[in-house]
Design a protein around this ligand. Sequence first.
Ligand code: NAP
Length: 230
Amino acid sequence: MTKQRIALVTGANRGIGKEVARQLSHDHGLKVLVGSRDLERGQEAAHQIGHGADTLQLDVSDPTSVVAAFSRIEADYGRLEILVNNAGVDYDTDQQAHTADLARVHRAFETNLFGPWATTIAAVPLLKQGQNARIVNVSSGAGAFSGMSSGTPGYGISKAALNALTLKTAAELKSKRILVNAVCPGWVATDMGGGGRPVSEGAAGVVWAATLPDTGPTGGFFRDGQPIDW
Ligand code: NAP
């Protein structure tokens, strides 16, 4: 009997992350770990998802929390198949780069860049133990150099850096058959989006990258399963 595959989604207590966790669990039969910086909110989301979804306290900007979370995955499962780096903050439309509050920009980088970077470092030993391992970095068109314009400096530049991290880790992990891709979910109606298309549609493009076959792409930037410009 094949083992049930395990997926960790960060920031899965609400928004796109919660729906990604739901689709991975309900539509793809994965054991889903609902990463949440607030344990109770994570437990509530896991309960709503059902299907054996479990909760993991995980604040991606807190190194102690990251170490504890991955120690628990190692102790409980000894492996991981999918890491979805979804947690993100501060779509700072009220800022401009040339007048930005840099302390605020630093905070955005802690979650949007260093968070996924820390979870990737912690996850790779476990992903190497898994089958058909995948990393998905939930990025944004705001991080694309090709369309970069004024405003959202902390958010846009942290997502551009996340895209660079995607390319580096994809190249480094290719020989281990770990596929690493960046996905823009589009403009999605969550607390962050404040409007936009249904959460299920934004999440579907993330789930697509998380469930790619071995022949699938790595080191790409996608929206709705289609390549987009960096
Ligand atoms: P959201 O509704 O604001 O949810 C963000 C999630 O991230 C929440 O679960 C939040 O947890 C979690 N989070 C924030 N900081 C965290 C940390 N340090 N550690 C762990 N979790 C943390 O946002 P969303 O729209 O679902 O966005 C999900 C991802 O999609 C983000 O990376 C975002 O940049 C990207 N994205 C969204 C859109 C859009 O239109 N919505 C467009 C492009 C890209 P708490 O509940 O504890 O705050």
